[in-house]
Write a protein that binds this ligand. Structure first.
Ligand SMILES: C[S@@+](CC[C@H](N)C(=O)[O-])C[C@H]1O[C@@H](n2cnc3c(N)ncnc32)[C@H](O)[C@@H]1O
Length: 194
């Protein structure tokens, strides 16, 4: 009996002396199967303001930025207009920055950021979709967006258009940094555009 108790005590002492194993939380990874629709180039703030004005964002509307980077478009829409927002990006660092920016701007209750492929994001509830992606990427998204969006939903594309789809408006201007910018406004009308 004594021998058993000694053995138990030794085993306990050994277990207690083991170093604590730190919890291994793997950082979220970029999905390897997601297409690279554009490199990260943030839209300057004055151009963000102009994109949202062109979209005529209203309080309570849902603004979705496909490839949201640091979340500035969605955060500004929430801060300035009281809009709700969803931003998706395939880069975990961008999503971390976007969440930090939403917190700093005190709009966390209005916006959500997800590590997600823009090509598989459901935009059916969006009132406004913003894009700063390459032309070929806009064209890949065009059938998806025009199939899902309700009539009247707006798309604002920065620099790159949506191919042969005629925009409602084109806004060309020089930004505060002295660069020429072009924004394209499209309106969903229930017609699917391949
Ligand atoms: C030109 S930046 C635009 C960032 C932001 N929308 C802005 O205007 O400041 C394009 C962003 O798209 C993201 N991206 C590229 N491919 C993507 C994909 N398949 N799904 C979601 N995001 C993607 C990149 O990581 C990058 O942050």
């Amino acid at each position: 009996m004594l021998a058993v108790m000694i053995r138990l005590a030794l085993a306990l002492t050994f277990l207690v002396s083991l170093p604590a194993i730190p919890a291994q939380v793997a950082p979220p990874q970029r999905r390897p199967d997601a297409p690279q629709l554009a490199p990260y180039v943030p839209t300057p703030q004055d151009v963000v303001d102009r994109m949202l004005a062109l979209a005529d964002v209203k309080k309570g509307e849902l603004v979705v930025d496909l490839g949201c980077g640091d979340g500035r478009i969605v955060v500004t829409a929430a801060q300035k207009y009281g809009a709700r927002g969803l931003g998706v990006d395939i880069d975990p660092q961008r999503i971390a920055e976007a969440n930090a920016n939403a917190k700093a701007a005190k709009v966390e209750h209005l916006v959500t950021f997800r590590l997600q492929d823009a090509m598989t994001t459901d935009v059916s509830s969006a009132n406004v979709v913003t894009l700063y992606l390459l032309s070929a990427s806009n064209l890949r998204l065009r059938p998806i967006l025009t199939r899902q969006l309700k009539s009247g939903a707006r798309i604002v594309a920065h620099t790159f258009s949506m191919g042969d789809w005629q925009p409602e408006k084109v806004d060309s201007f020089t930004d505060v940094g002295g660069r020429q910018r072009t924004l394209y406004l499209y309106k969903a009308d229930g017609k699917v555009r391949q």
